[in-house]
Design a protein around this ligand. Structure first.
Ligand code: IMP
Length: 440
């Protein structure tokens, strides 16, 4: 069943918020790299505040501002809009030196960041050279590697859960920062060696504290106040729902809550403030790192999509694995996150194919046909996709206008996606620029 027309009317172009639910949450609906940066940047034009709520500099949000490419790893993708506030909330992990690099980069693009425009949560946890060392070590094991970005994300979240982490508010004060280093020396015999071996990284880590200090605040309290004042808020997810620590393809996941509910937890924001729940999916699927991927293509079509879609990780430069759209996984993500609408991105990349496919079920050698995504990653790994096949389209897709302006075969593809995921496609992406967008 396709969701009701009432749902599809609520978002037509941009972010609409109602007075009682001023926040919209936007998540990646696959395994990340769906093109969130562009859409957040574009939807942010309409809002007062953009909040990143999880992940760290493992994310890579690519934007084109005045034709120039910029990749953000830490800063929210709405930062380029004048007069708007950006925030990093408690659930984020922050690499201080990387954040400073991005703030300087943003300044080159003419973005003047002041403490009124950028709120960094004192509660957010800090990624240190020690955590990066641990991530590298774990990934170099002969088996059991996750294929992480080696940015120290997992070890930082581990320390947070173990209650031995360093929060941003304590990092910026030399006294509490030094106390944390001392504690680490006592806890981990290897820490001293990492301190000595990575002296440059530690120096950059130390130096960033002073630069960040003016921006560190009770971001969550400020965000709640904005919500009470009915300010329009965009909650920016990073990575993708299938990389969620609880609901993703564990253990091949990231270490945070990437789903819509993560925003509430990260900020301490009541769910009743959230109106729209948007998920971005590509017209096909990609994944970087290890883990099950039922619709993965190993043929020429996969190579064509990867080349045309420039499917290389924005953070690590690794080639992404590519496959057909998986409607079983997307329906699952829609259900877990209560998606009110889907943005189907990069539809231009599918142009020119003779046929296009959508997985609508899985076949397991022992369990037979499965209509639902299995919780067990080993079961998922053994599944083959059951596809529907449709004619492709050869005509260019329009860069602006309405979804109804798409070539007939592309419209049929969108309609089939909606039917199989039970959620309306509200917007379609047809190119890398902010303006390359079709609306319902
Ligand atoms: P980590 O987040 O670096 O610990 O990596 C865990 C898994 O999430 C690996 O498979 C990564 O490739 C994947 N991952 C992390 N961040 C992103 C992202 O922004 N896009 C796509 N995959 C990501």
């Amino acid at each position: 069943m396709i969701a009701t027309s009432k749902d599809s009317k609520t978002v037509v172009a941009g972010v609409n918020s109602t007075p009682d639910a001023p926040a919209t949450v936007l998540i990646g609906a696959q395994w990340g790299d769906e093109g969130k940066g562009k859409w957040i940047d574009s939807l942010a034009a309409d809002v007062d505040l953009v909040v990143r709520y999880q992940g760290g500099n493992n994310a890579g949000h690519t934007l084109y501002v005045d034709g120039k490419k910029i990749v953000l790893h830490q800063l929210p993708s709405g930062i380029f809009h004048e007069g708007q506030v950006s925030a990093l909330a408690a659930g984020v992990v922050v690499n201080p030196a990387q954040l400073v690099i991005e703030m300087d980069k943003a300044a080159e693009f003419g973005v003047k960041l002041t403490p009124n425009r950028l709120w960094l949560s004192g509660r957010a946890h800090v990624i240190t050279p020690w955590h990066i060392f641990l991530d590298e070590q774990r990934e170099s094991r002969s088996h059991g590697a996750i294929g992480t970005t080696k940015r120290g994300i997992g070890p930082t979240y581990s320390d947070k859960a173990a209650r031995t982490g360093l929060r941003l508010g304590h990092y910026i004060k030399s006294e509490t920062r030094t106390r944390w280093v001392k504690q680490m020396r006592e806890l981990h015999p290897e820490f001293n060696k990492v301190w000595a071996d990575r002296s440059e990284a530690w120096a950059a880590f130390e130096a960033a504290a002073e630069k960040l200090a003016p921006f560190v605040t009770d971001a969550e309290s400020n965000i709640r106040a904005a919500a009470r004042e009915f300010k329009k808020i965009l909650l920016e997810g990073a990575q993708g729902a299938l990389l969620d620590i609880d609901h993703g393809t564990y253990p091949y996941v990231t270490s945070s809550t990437t789903g819509a509910a993560g925003a509430c937890q990260s900020i301490g924001l009541s769910p009743h403030f959230i109106g729209q729940r948007l998920g971005i999916a590509k017209g096909y699927v990609t994944r970087v790192g290890a883990g099950p991927f039922p619709t993965e293509l190993h043929d020429e079509i996969g190579k064509t999509l990867a080349a045309k879609g420039q499917e290389f990780g924005a953070t690590t430069g690794r080639p992404r694995r590519v496959g057909w759209l998986d409607a079983v996984a997307l329906r699952y993500v829609s259900e877990v996150n209560g998606l009110s609408g889907v943005i189907l991105n990069k539809m231009d990349i599918l142009t020119g194919l003779k046929e296009v496919k959508i997985a609508v079920a899985y076949r397991h050698p022992e369990l037979g046909e499965l209509r639902e995504m299995p919780w067990d990653t080993e079961v998922l790994d053994a599944c083959e996709p059951v596809y529907i096949s449709m004619p492709g389209w050869q005509d260019q897709v329009p860069s602006s206008g309405r979804i109804s302006d798409l070539p007939k075969a592309a419209r049929d593809f969108v309609a089939a996606v909606e039917e199989h995921i039970g959620t309306p496609v509200l917007m379609v992406g047809t190119g890398p620029n902010r303006s390359d967008a079709l609306y319902r």
